[in-house]
Design a protein around this ligand. Structure first.
Ligand code: 4NP
Length: 153
């Protein structure tokens, strides 16, 4: 296992935060694992994360200000060992691009690492208030804690 991709819709709220949180945990564990993020849409290609996400991450000691949005590509199935979707819509959009079973088997709903088989969503915080961003942080921090520990084995 050496590469993980986080995927949401815009790649400016949930997935860059997941990338930042997991990278920070991996660095603390002295592991060398590539972590990246992407969006299924082309809405925010080349843009930094949403300011509310940057501020929320900063509050928790994580700097994601230099990340830039990119769109998920079919080649990501070759580059990454695990592809984490934030919600069922992201999951379906990624699966629709899969070329074979091997590709499909790489895709997981991220919160299933905390609550197996429940297919819970990390709610899209884009149209909501500040509390939505903190809620996303709490959910992603718990999932990334489980993911980081699983990489130690
Ligand atoms: P994300 O949030 O998928 O967590 O990055 C969104 C960001 C932008 C939009 C939707 C969701 N949008 O429609 O522009």
């Amino acid at each position: 296992m050496n590469s993980i991709l986080m995927v949401c819709l815009g790649n400016i709220c949930r997935s860059p935060l997941a990338e930042g949180i997991l990278r920070s945990k991996i660095e603390k564990l002295n592991l060398t694992i590539t972590v990246d993020s992407a969006g299924t849409s082309n809405y925010h290609i080349g843009q930094p994360p949403d300011n509310r996400t940057i501020e929320n991450a900063k509050k928790h000691g994580i700097d994601i200000s230099k990340l830039r949005g990119r769109q998920f590509q079919v080649e990501d199935f070759d580059k990454f060992d695990i592809i984490f979707a934030m919600d069922a819509s992201n999951y379906t959009n990624i699966i629709d691009l899969a070329r074979n079973e091997k590709d499909k088997n790489k895709v997981e709903m991220i919160l299933n690492r905390v609550n197996p088989n429940s297919n819970m969503a990390v709610p899209d915080p884009y149209y909501g208030g500040e509390q939505g961003f903190e809620n996303v942080f709490i959910l992603l921090d718990s999932a990334c804690e489980v993911i980081a520990k699983s990489l130690l084995r």
